[in-house]
Design a protein around this ligand. Structure first.
Ligand code: FUL
Ligand code: CA
Length: 492
């Protein structure tokens, strides 16, 4: 007993000595918050676009759809969330209210909701069933609440802002923990507006009073990340194809669009979201949202247009592989379930990812670095292959480049390299390359710029026994937490 305590003390002393002698690098630039750290590790979650549009075959309902059209024949939240979970998704974001204003929960503030639909005799609550299923399947739950509301008579007036706040309050208090609140940039225009049937313009920068809505979300759901083209936690990637640029910074300085004075949700130069901003003011990583079908909502005519496995794989490498997250929309059909065409494709996608990434060829490699921070074991390069995001390799403060050589136990064939920075210390690497040892010399197989939370690079299949990662340039000494080497299966 004493011995154990003594040993623990000794270990403690030696670890704290190390820490004292060789302090960790100072964080560089903007760094992630706790809620952003959790969000990064999700990597992949699903969007669920579902409302009256599902039944009227529209993408943007005008707001005059009778509640009676919302009538899924076999709604099954367990099937929806269970399927997503089986396909490797870590959460789901539901369109609690889309632009048409129809609420998937029985909001106390409007009659335009499930409570006046024939579904479950008006006693149903899609938000509750989906959020409950998320808890059952250990999935995180998020909400989309459209700022634009084409049904509400008072849209465009200050009273709508109270209405919007009230609805946000309902969603953020009655349905358990929320991981993401999704604010859409599409705003204003024509609509039903309680029968007025007219076009309404709002001042995008001031109307919604975002600076008052953000504290409301923080108060009610401190763990929730807020998404919009202006963040504050997660930025829109700036396109709906699921593609971030290969050079993609987790940091971002939103800029006002032409003619706008402020950069708030709906008023930014959102195109810059694809690359982010090197040395940007805020840690504001990109979310790539894209639909598995041409439209965001289910349309029977698009059953044969579900994205191919090859398209999904491309999306994965351009989103998750570029340090962004993937929010893949899988719209429930008119039965209120994920359509078999989509679920089959999701299972193929999951199987492909498993085959691709289950076997990290670096796991048993001998690893050697050009230098180690203070020669300390604490920052040893083996930390890059221990499957632990909290341990990392680092160099001394003045060393802004460096190499890691991986000696594999034997010859291996591969075509993909993975690297992850230890982002609690900021995004630091700006140039890297990967080489293989062939015929007595190093041959570069690929190079790139950003790494961030995660970088996946592909290159033509090559066979070698030795691989090298070179950090050619970093804004502060590199801190690398994980690396990987993979042989990707072919895609039909
Ligand atoms: C857009 C919306 O207008 C689409 O209908 C969809 O919800 C997409 C995710 O965002 O801005
Ligand atoms: Ca590690």
């Amino acid at each position: 007993m004493y011995k154990i305590i003594g040993l623990t003390c000794l270990l403690f002393i030696s670890v704290s000595c190390h820490e004292k002698v060789v302090p960790p690098p100072e964080p560089y630039g903007a760094i992630p918050s706790k809620r952003q750290m959790k969000w990064h590790q999700m990597e992949m979650y699903a969007f669920l676009h579902f409302t009256t549009n599902t039944f009227t075959d529209k993408e943007w309902g005008y707001g005059d759809e009778p509640e009676s059209v919302f009538n899924p024949t076999d709604f099954d939240a367990d099937q929806i969330i269970g399927t997503l979970r089986e396909a490797g998704f870590k959460g789901a974001i539901l369109t609690a209210k889309h632009h048409d204003g129809f609420c998937l929960w029985p909001s106390a503030y409007t009659e335009h909701s499930v409570k006046n639909s024939p579904w479950k005799d008006g006693k149903g609550d899609v938000v509750k069933e989906i959020s409950d299923a998320c808890r059952t399947y250990q999935m995180k739950f998020g909400v989309y609440l459209s700022p634009w509301d084409r049904n509400y008579a008072g849209y465009g007036q200050p009273e709508y802002i109270t209405y919007y706040r009230n609805q946000l309050q309902e969603l953020l208090t009655n349905y358990g923990n929320i991981f993401e609140v999704w604010w859409d940039g599409a705003n204003g225009g024509d609509g039903y507006y309680g029968g007025a049937r007219e076009t309404r313009k709002i001042d995008r920068s001031s109307y919604y009073q975002w600076d008052k809505l953000i504290p409301l979300v923080r108060e009610l759901q401190p763990g929730a990340c807020i998404f919009s083209d202006a963040g504050p936690d997660i930025r829109w990637v700036g396109n709906e194809n699921g593609f971030a640029k290969d050079s993609c910074w987790e940091t971002y300085t939103p800029l006002p669009a032409k003619g706008e004075t402020k950069a708030v949700a709906g008023t930014t130069q959102w195109q810059i979201g694809e690359t982010g901003t090197q040395n940007g003011k805020f840690w504001m990583p990109a979310e790539a949202d894209v639909s598995i079908r041409p439209g965001w909502f289910y349309h029977p005519a698009e059953n044969d247009k579900v994205k191919s496995l090859e398209e999904l794989v491309e999306i994965y490498f351009h989103s998750v592989g570029n340090g962004a997250s993937l929010n893949l929309n899988v719209p429930p059909d008119r039965t209120g379930r994920i359509n078999p065409v989509d679920s089959t494709r999701l299972m193929e996608f999951h199987a492909w990812l498993k085959e691709a990434f289950d076997d990290n060829l670096l796991r048993n490699a001998k690893v050697e670095a050009s230098a180690t921070r203070g020669e300390s074991e604490f920052y040893d390069v083996r930390n890059t292959v221990d499957d632990d995001l909290d341990t990392y390799w680092a160099t001394n403060d003045d060393e802004k480049s460096g190499t890691i050589v991986f000696q594999l136990p034997g010859k291996e064939t591969f075509n993909c390299f993975m690297a992850q920075e230890y982002i609690p210390l900021g995004q630091r690497v700006s140039e890297f390359s990967v080489d293989v040892w062939q015929n007595g010399e190093w041959k570069t197989v690929t190079n790139g710029s950003t790494i961030g939370y995660k970088k996946l690079v592909r290159f033509p299949m090559v066979t070698a026994e030795k691989v090298r990662l070179t950090i050619d340039n970093a804004m502060a000494c590199p801190v690398i937490s994980e690396t990987g080497l993979f042989l990707l299966p072919g895609v039909r």
